[in-house]
Design a protein around this ligand. Structure first.
Ligand code: MAN
Length: 350
């Protein structure tokens, strides 16, 4: 099978063993789904790093933040019949769910977009408070005149929602709290106003009636969001049949806003797709691909912490070249490029 992505020859670019764990007594299980931006002439990745306590032969150990921001480890007996460990990402126990890893964000940068290093001057971005007790994940970085807007998934025993922090230098952050309440994730801000208003794509979940669809919202200030509209749904029987969610900020082209999105099917296989939104009214979907533009094909995309996943929430645009950075198998960071005109050519006009 073929897709239209050109993977970097040097993939994976980063593996868990390339960084030291941030928390004592923990190991890095996964590097995944970076936010991407340019700053000071360099390309930066805001990696999602997932750490877990060192494996124990008879215990299942779950890391969480306590109210002081310290990591606390919950322990379960591996032989307890009430423990469901069938998904490597989640533990289910007596009606409750816990994550097997604790995610936070870490910055690396590069001159060439291939070799990335960490600079100790930039501290990790970690979960704060009870709504982030299970960590923070999958951060999109949107670039505005007044700073970088970070939209990320807040995870806690209460729920999953979208948080916002704002920074100009990635050293001091203003925390704005939850901007899209549960259950919501995959929030990508448009990097410019349309008709004087800010816009965001987001992904609420409505399991009883509806599904995991992509919605559009508008705002006067990027903090308060309203006029929500569902703009794209799952396609039964297709590669994006169970859930879809936006990647990074939509890309402005003469023909419309190009949105790269992920879609998953019943077997949790994650592929990437694309759709085109009207320039003036982004609630209008002008076109959407039928086949994915990228599928888990390479061995590092098929096998890993959670195999058969390509997931992106960060890219760089350079003329016709779209470079995505992506998490492969929820374990390693990779790069791939696309021709924007080639994506445009396969978009199916609606
Ligand atoms: C969810 C998120 C992503 C992850 C995929 C696949 O959508 O947690 O971070 O990559 O699942 O596991």
């Amino acid at each position: 099978m073929m897709d239209i992505a050109t993977r970097f020859d040097t993939n994976p670019l980063l593996r868990p063993s390339d960084l030291r764990p941030w928390y004592e007594g923990m190991e890095i299980a996964c590097l995944l789904n970076p936010g991407v931006f340019r700053m000071n002439g360099r390309i930066w990745l805001l990696l999602r790093v997932a750490e877990r306590p060192l494996l124990h032969p008879d215990k299942v150990r779950i890391p969480v933040y306590d109210p002081d921001g310290q990591v606390k480890v919950l322990e379960f007996d591996s032989s307890d019949p009430d423990l469901d460990t069938s998904d490597p990402r989640v533990i289910k126990y007596r009606g409750r769910q816990y994550l097997t890893t604790l995610s936070y964000l870490r910055l690396v940068s590069s001159e060439d977009g291939i070799h990335f290093n960490e600079d100790p001057l930039y501290p990790p971005v970690v979960g704060q408070g009870e709504l982030e007790a299970f960590g923070i994940e999958d951060c999109r970085v949107a670039c505005f005149d007044d700073g970088y807007y970070l939209t990320y998934t807040m995870v806690s025993p209460f729920a999953v929602g979208v948080g916002l922090r704002v920074t100009c230098d990635f050293r001091r952050f203003e925390t704005k709290g939850m901007i899209f309440p549960p259950h919501n994730k995959d929030c990508a801000l448009f990097e410019e106003r349309i008709g004087g208003r800010y816009y965001a794509l987001h992904r609420p979940s409505s399991p009883e009636l509806g599904g995991n669809y992509i919605w559009l919202a508008e705002s006067p200030d990027r903090l308060h969001w309203g006029n929500h509209k569902c703009i794209a749904v799952n396609r039964p029987g297709n590669w994006d049949s169970v859930r879809i969610g936006a990647g990074a900020s939509p890309i402005k082209t003469p023909e419309g806003w190009l949105v790269i999105y992920h879609g998953a099917d019943e077997s949790n296989r994650y592929c990437l797709g694309a759709m085109l939104l009207d320039l003036e009214d982004p609630s209008l979907v002008l076109a959407r691909v039928v086949e994915p533009i990228m599928e888990p094909i390479a061995c590092y995309e098929k096998q890993g912490f959670f195999g058969n996943v390509v997931f992106t929430n960060g890219h760089i645009v350079d003329g016709d070249r779209l470079i995505i950075y992506y998490g492969a198998s929820d374990e390693v960071i990779c790069g791939a490029s696309f021709s924007i005109s080639e994506i445009m050519a396969i978009l199916n006009r609606q």
